[in-house]
Design a protein around this ligand. Structure first.
Ligand code: HEC
Ligand code: HEC
Length: 261
């Protein structure tokens, strides 16, 4: 890549992070700090779940609701307690806040919409219902969230370092492809833990399932996506290297193909 192209991508990236910062403010609160999440299943939670979630996720949370058959990716089966989008380490349960964020943000590139037609209280009320579908929440607690250090500023240097990690050190390209289109040599053989085919994410689309902020991307490859072949790279990198890799992954977004631009 020529330095000039690289630089303009850095420019774009900073513009993007400003936009997403603005978005965060208008969408706030995505986190549940302001709403209280009930610790027990309530009538409100049961009613909200059966009206809005059961058609896909099923009456018992097995991901087998009446609409599920025709969908791919499949609605999550909640019985194993395997959640993709977390702030907690690989293999851990998610925190209530992690679940709240997914419900509010939705999962782009799937039929899971952002549930902003529900009040914050309704969104909070379904959390104990989801947890009640899995014994895992009775016997374990979520581990503490992984530490996310202070973000470095994206520059040509961090992008070059990130590229090296992506292409040589950790070989992300084997699944995600050299240009990040989700078409690496191992891409077609991936399956999730439920036996369904799963595609490595296409970074060029720009609509990350777990959120587009740099912290979101940092967390995805640091915690891994439970229940999927996307591993956790928690031990391989220093905090600075993680930000470099994050900046590089974000630089793979193709603005001309990104519907938000
Ligand atoms: C139209 C179908 C549909 C409906 C209705 C629906 N979901 Fe989903 N949901 C999905 C799909 C599909 C996924 C999996 C997306 C993926 O992994 O790419 C999902 C994933 C999730 C996840 C997984 C998060 C993770 O970290 O793995 C949660 C939590 C969730 N849904 C909660 C809800 C709640 C709560 C409701 C009701 C308010 C709801 N969903 C309604 C289709 C639906
Ligand atoms: C074995 C194949 C494999 C390897 C190697 C791999 N990934 Fe993934 N990755 C996946 C799959 C599959 C998904 C999609 C999961 C989904 O859609 O739920 C994914 C998802 C992601 C996401 C989440 C995007 C979103 O939608 O929020 C990020 C970020 C990511 N990978 C980064 C990386 C980075 C960085 C590396 C290298 C350090 C890497 N991946 C290596 C298979 C892989």
């Amino acid at each position: 890549m020529k330095p000039k192209v690289l630089l303009s991508r850095v420019g774009l990236w900073s513009a993007m992070s400003v936009t997403s910062a603005a978005l965060m403010i208008t969408l706030a609160p995505l986190t549940a700090r302001a709403v209280s999440i009930p610790t027990e299943v309530t009538e409100e939670g049961k009613k909200t779940y059966s009206n809005y979630c059961a058609p896909c996720h099923g009456d018992e949370g097995k991901g087998d609701g009446s609409l599920a058959r025709s969908l791919l990716p499949k609605p999550r089966d909640f019985t194993r307690g395997a959640y993709k989008f977390r702030t907690t380490p690989s293999g851990s349960l998610p925190t209530d806040q992690d679940i709240y964020k997914t419900i509010s943000y939705g999962v782009p590139n799937s039929t899971m919409i952002p549930w902003d037609i529900l009040t914050e209280q309704q969104r909070a009320s379904v959390i104990p219902v989801l947890k009640s579908f899995s014994e895992a929440f009775e016997v374990r607690k979520p581990d503490a969230a992984v530490g996310v250090g202070l973000e470095t500023r994206p520059s040509e240097k961090t992008l070059a370092e990130g590229k090296k990690i992506y292409e040589e050190k950790l070989e992300c390209w084997k699944c995600h492809g050299v240009e990040g289109r989700g078409d690496g040599p191992s891409a077609s053989e991936q399956e999730d833990d439920f036996g369904f085919p799963i595609k490595p994410f296409d970074f060029t689309t720009g609509k990350f399932k777990g959120g587009n902020s740099s912290t979101d991307v940092y967390l995805r490859f640091t915690t891994g996506l439970n229940g999927t072949p996307m591993p956790s790279f928690a031990k391989e990198l220093t905090d600075e290297q993680r930000w470099s890799l994050t900046h590089y992954v974000l630089s793979l977004i193709k603005p001309e193909e990104c519907p938000h631009k």
